[in-house]
Write a protein that binds this ligand. Sequence first.
Ligand SMILES: Cc1ncc(COP(=O)(O)O)c(C=O)c1O
Length: 366
Amino acid sequence: MKTDRLARKGILKIASYIPGRSIEEVQKEYGAKRWVKLASNENLLGPSPKALEAIRRELPNIHFYPEGPSPVLRQALAKTFSLAEGNIVISNGADNLILMIANAFVDEGDEVIMADPTFPVYTNVTQIMGGKPIRVRLQDYTHDLDGMLNRVTRKTKLIFVCNPNNPTGTIVSESSFNQFLSRLPGRVIVILDEAYGDFAEAPFYPNGLDYVKDGKQVIALRTFSKVYGLAGLRIGYAIGREDLIHCLYQVRDPFPVHRLAQVAAVAALADTDHILKSIQLVYEGRRYLYKELEKMGILYVPSEANFIFIDFEKDVEEVFQGLLREGIIIRPGKTWGYPTCSRITIGRMTDNRRFIRALKKILTNR
Ligand SMILES: Cc1ncc(COP(=O)(O)O)c(C=O)c1O
């Protein structure tokens, strides 16, 4: 029998997630170079040395299953944020938590509101559950919270607010988010994705933790993939009211996070030196890139994240291909509906300088 009759309704129509191109992949096409990947917003400072040490110590134990709910990490997070352990659920990346959220809360026909463009996984998981994604175009590269409120219906179940937004790096302010929350009906859950929250510098950046402590109907998502530099280990967590987090435990895999990720995350969480260095690097890189882009007359969206959304005001494919030839991978904006734009991860200063040098070469050789 054909799969279109075997598969659940609608799932074959779901557009798959297109990740940034990996170094392994581009190497096959363009050969071995000193590649730098500025396409997936990883921490180019690398992992915390303490996390590496914790992994080495844990390696002989990998024949044992891990502890299912990652209790040591959960305790450490609870202590760090003065939360109860019941406010926290840990899984193999924020990606997986987003799927768990859809599994727990989205029924067939439910509507899920999100920005356009934003992190595409929100759409995918909604469609997997037979829900309907409602996309609200960004205004001035920023979440249009009023526009999102206008789209709330009796069928609305979830609203995703990606703050800072991927791919544009913009944030919603605390006051506008408070106002937005106060105008939502009680049946709507807001998912505040704070994957890049550690890099936000603006004093008016709202902290998801405050809403959780206030008992608001908000689940905040966090990850060890960005500031903690553990993207390859796949580990993240959600915080929220205990009754909401309980629903996520109901749909959780038994052993979602392996032993190495658990111990590495505990060590990375405690390595404030590495965290601060990583944040400083992004601040410094942001300022450097702004300055250089301005000198070249290139438009960019000021960012609160570890990446910058740049508008080249022409089809970005030529720049993308040119940078690949220079050994630099970026993320072109076509899939987000911005064919002249690109998202660039802020790397180490050597990476940022190399990017600017390559860009100058490509743009002057036109
Ligand atoms: C906004 C946003 N949320 C969630 C994720 C997923 O994070 P994780 O690596 O923990 O799955 C990403 C990854 O890039 C992201 O950009």
